[in-house]
Design a protein around this ligand. Structure first.
Ligand code: ADP
Ligand code: MG
Length: 315
């Protein structure tokens, strides 16, 4: 349904998107995951035809976005990072306005607007000025405008950013529902966010794809082991040797010197057991003071580090 080929975007000297290749099948919900600045919005803006690529192409239903922009735009409903809402309009006025832009026929308009307002649950605020709506409702209005014209593809750029936890769950459920009848690309910088809704996740970092898999496989890959990061005062080889002799440790890896006279190490255990106490005793016996010890939790930055390191080791 969507084919992204060798997509590259430069802003001046800055390489924002670097040779992206991926496809989205009909009916799929694809999560597009990456930290801020990874190139998600840029990619979405290119797929939807709002900005042009430096190199590469995007095909939607076999049509190139550059050659047939109107046809492609008809097939895509887009919720940009900053939805183009008009604060001085009421919800109804705004949706009417979008219908006009998208050239929805007057006969189709009434029924389709009722249906859309029903799906995104904004019927009760239709008479309110957009500027007076909560962030959650504004986001629903943004999704509503994307649904106008009944496009088969929905592209949603960080649809839950800035929402409270309850609104996040509501929008998440809404996206799941929409996924039943649409092909969806959804971007986020939060892993659980996309895991909850998506069948497949493409992770990008600095404009490049670093992983593409199902959420289940990604979690397995990332959660299979226990990892700790330690900073120990002492000499690298001695620290590593001491740690390797602790029962239950499957891997010890030096992460370099970040503070003079110390070394940072990553320690991995395959057991469920808490290895922090044995580590403490082993190191103190060897006269190697622990200056820091923390679990390698799954912040996105660390996931990227992990995936990128895995790739470097593999290649
Ligand atoms: P994301 O949506 O993943 O946070 P973006 O696609 O917005 O990332 O940005 C990718 C990179 O390109 C960032 O480093 C950003 O600063 C840069 N960038 C985005 N838009 C522009 C622009 N119009 N001009 C120059 N640099 C830009
Ligand atoms: Mg963005």
């Amino acid at each position: 349904m969507i084919q992204v080929k060798n997509l590259t975007k430069r802003y001046g000297q800055h390489l924002a998107v670097d040779q992206l290749d991926f496809t989205v099948d009909k009916g799929e919900i694809l999560g597009f995951l990456g930290p801020n600045g990874a190139g998600k919005s840029t990619t979405m803006n290119i797929i939807t035809g709002y900005i042009s690529a430096t190199e590469g192409s995007v095909l939607v239903d076999g049509m190139d976005v550059l050659d047939q922009p109107t046809e492609v735009k008809k097939r895509i409903g887009y919720l940009p990072e900053f939805p183009p809402l008009y604060p001085e309009m009421t919800v109804s006025e705004y949706l009417d306005f979008v219908c006009e832009i998208k050239k929805v026929s007057a006969s189709a308009k009434k029924e389709s607007l009722e249906k859309i307002m029903d799906v995104v649950k904004i019927g009760d605020v239709r008479g309110r000025l957009i500027k007076n709506l909560s962030k959650g409702y504004k986001q629903r209005v943004g999704i509503a405008q994307a649904l106008i014209g009944n496009p088969p593809i929905l592209i949603l750029d960080e649809p839950t950013v800035g929402l409270d936890p309850r609104q996040i769950i509501e929008i998440r459920n809404l996206i799941k529902e929409l996924g039943e009848e649409h092909t969806v690309i959804l971007s986020s910088h939060i892993l659980p966010e996309v895991s909850a809704v998506c069948e497949r996740v493409v992770i990008i970092n600095k404009g490049k794809i670093v992983a593409s898999d199902s959420p289940e496989n990604l979690s397995k890959r990332l959660l299979g082991t226990n990892r700790l990061i330690l900073r120990v005062a002492g000499e690298t080889t001695q620290v590593v040797k001491t740690l390797e002799n602790v029962a239950g440790i499957s891997q010890v890896e030096s992460r370099g010197v970040r503070e003079p006279g110390t070394v940072d190490v990553m320690v991995e255990s395959e057991t469920e057991e808490d290895i922090r106490r044995p580590l403490f005793y082993a190191l103190s016996q060897a006269d190697l003071p622990i200056l820091m010890m923390k679990a390698m939790d799954l912040s996105l930055e660390e996931i990227f580090l992990q995936i990128i390191t895995e790739e470097e080791v593999a290649s």
